[in-house]
Ligand binder design. Structure first.
Ligand SMILES: [Ca+2]
Ligand SMILES: [Ca+2]
Length: 134
């Protein structure tokens, strides 16, 4: 069999098994991290698993000024393949005039997320990130 045909077959099988997942992120009680006023939060989203080497940057939310309870509008989309150890890692940042501060991070498995009705609640050292179906 030609290599291209092998890959075509693999991708076809994967697309049959895969299911599209779309989610949004909300912040709760994110910590004060600015000298004046409160955090200007945004989240960088990373993906690993399903034979992807290392960690892949999926995208980031917009940032919201002075918003410890931010509800980000950015929608993240990926293909969920059951039982393939897919993990999402969220890194919370505070937008600053200079270098942005990493405030906290946490990860969840897509299998758990699906089993809990497409919801993940992640408690950081301070504050909480909630991931829900978009
Ligand atoms: Ca601020
Ligand atoms: Ca800030």
């Amino acid at each position: 069999m030609q290599a291209s045909l092998v890959w075509f077959t693999i991708f076809t099988l994967m697309s049959v098994a895969a299911e599209r997942v779309q989610f949004r992120i909300t912040g709760r009680n994110l910590p004060d991290s600015d000298v004046i006023h409160t955090i200007d939060p945004y989240v960088r989203v990373y993906y690993s698993g399903n034979n992807v080497p290392g960690e892949k940057f999926l995208g980031k939310t917009e940032y919201v000024f002075n918003s410890p309870n931010a509800q980000w509008n950015t929608i993240f989309t990926l293909n969920y393949v059951p039982g393939s150890n897919q993990t999402i890692n969220l890194k919370l940042y505070d937008k600053d005039p200079g270098l942005d501060n990493l405030i906290g991070q946490s990860s969840f498995s897509l299998d758990d997320y699906k089993n809990k009705g497409e919801k993940a609640v992640m408690h950081l050292d301070a504050g909480t990130l909630i991931v829900k179906k978009a």
